[in-house]
Design a protein around this ligand. Structure first.
Ligand code: 5GP
Length: 385
């Protein structure tokens, strides 16, 4: 047994130190980033465009909707793509739905949406069938809970050889060594995060994990040394956390809970009625009546929860542990408002840190370790912002 002595950090253990800068208004801050991918071979068709030297493989605002029910839907994908953001679709769409979505050619879908899959024979068969029917799949997210098995890296390697013209996203891992292993086996983008998710119970069920800020810093460093890229996946609870993830070196930030509860996720809206404890006086009959208000919610659950297993796989298989929970999140209407809030926060972070573009944020960052990130005294009494 060994103990690593260095303290590892989460988003909640740091703040960004403000810096003197000559930046004007926050609206001048550019959030678009451009990347070239290490292992992806552009198709002949996209080669035409790429011939111009400066043309990148990816261009957009590198925030991603997670491949979770209620988040990674086709409707979410179209909405986010229209604003330059990215979506990893849930794995459970049928072959026909996927073919219809990716066909015919639609640039926004090709450039801003990933097909997601697991690592079973059936997953591979399904992908081959869909891929053979459309030229419009560029990004493929191969997603497993534990990205450390030899089987997984061999699978990535096999996929890379068979499909040179796709950008492979692979995960999840939390350490530099395995990030490099996956990149050397053919992944372009490695997904980082074990246990930080809002509806994840892996750390409770297994005791396994790695504080997310440190995981992002270490994996980004390892990936960038090989011209690879990473996604900070899970654990962002507010726009400030998204900013900290980029500041830590993430190339993309993936969100589940922060994008849950919106119309585009497609979940059923549940209305709850409750008594506030107040009373109102009715003039007609001169009596007091309890005040009843309602709140709307949407269910949201982890993709390894019992709820997800019941819905998609006919129940939890023997020997498998539940590593997710099911919750009610407040219903929040259209996702556009939330996106504006996140992007507004991110622009403001860049102004404080002196970064004229998001791409400069990490270089401009000094984190300060802290014991408390914000004052929460009136959090439960808030009636507006
Ligand atoms: P969030 O943004 O909600 O904090 O985290 C989203 C991430 O949590 C997802 O992208 C995925 O990596 C992870 N996740 C989703 N469902 C589950 C689950 O059931 N168990 C675990 N361990 N992680 C999950």
């Amino acid at each position: 047994m060994r103990i690593e002595q260095g303290l590892k950090l989460d988003y909640s253990n740091v703040l960004l130190r403000p810096k003197r800068s000559t930046l004007g208004s926050r609206k001048d801050v550019g959030l678009t980033k451009r990347y070239k991918f290490r292992n992806y071979v552009p198709t002949e068709m996209s080669m035409e465009i790429l011939r111009s030297e400066s043309h990148p493989s990816y261009e957009g605002i590198p925030i991603m909707a997670a491949n979770m029910d209620g988040v990674g839907t086709m409707k979410m994908a179209d909405t986010l793509a229209s604003q330059g953001l990215f979506t990893c679709l849930v794995k459970t769409y049928s072959e026909q739905e996927l073919v219809e979505f990716f066909n015919p050619f639609a640039e926004l879908r090709r450039e801003h949406v990933a097909y997601s899959m697991g690592i079973t024979e059936r997953d591979l068969e399904k992908f081959k069938k869909v891929y053979s029917q459309t030229e419009n799949i560029k990004y493929v997210c191969v997603d497993v809970a534990n990205g450390y098995t030899k089987f997984f890296s061999d699978y990535i390697s096999k996929l890379r050889k068979e499909f040179p013209h796709i950008v492979i996203i692979a995960g999840n891992v939390v350490t530099g060594d395995q990030t490099q292993e996956l990149i050397l086996n053919g992944a372009d983008i490695v997904k980082v995060g074990i246990g930080p998710g809002s509806v994840c119970t892996t750390r409770i069920q297994t005791g396994v994990g790695y504080p997310q800020l440190s995981a992002v810093i270490e994996c980004a460093d390892a990936a960038h040394g090989l011209s690879g890229h990473i996604i900070a996946d899970g654990g962002c609870t507010c726009p400030g956390d998204v900013a900290k993830a980029f500041a830590a070196g993430a190339d993309f930030v993936m969100l589940g809970g922060m994008l849950a509860g919106h119309d585009e996720g497609g979940g059923e809206v549940i209305t709850k009625y409750y008594q506030t404890g107040e009373q109102w006086f009715k003039q007609n009959d001169e009596t007091y009546h309890p005040v009843i208000e309602n709140k709307k919610f949407v269910t949201f659950y982890g993709m390894s929860s019992k709820a997800a297993n019941d819905k998609h796989f006919g129940g939890l298989k023997e020997n498998r542990s539940r590593e997710g929970r099911k919750v009610l999140v407040p219903y929040r209407g259209e996702v556009g408002t939330t996106i504006q809030d996140i992007l507004g926060g991110l622009r403001s972070t860049c102004t404080y840190a002196g970064a004229i573009r998001l791409k400069h944020l990490s270089k401009c960052t000094t984190f300060v370790k802290c014991t408390q990130t914000h004052n929460s005294i009136y959090e439960s009494a808030t009636i507006g912002i």
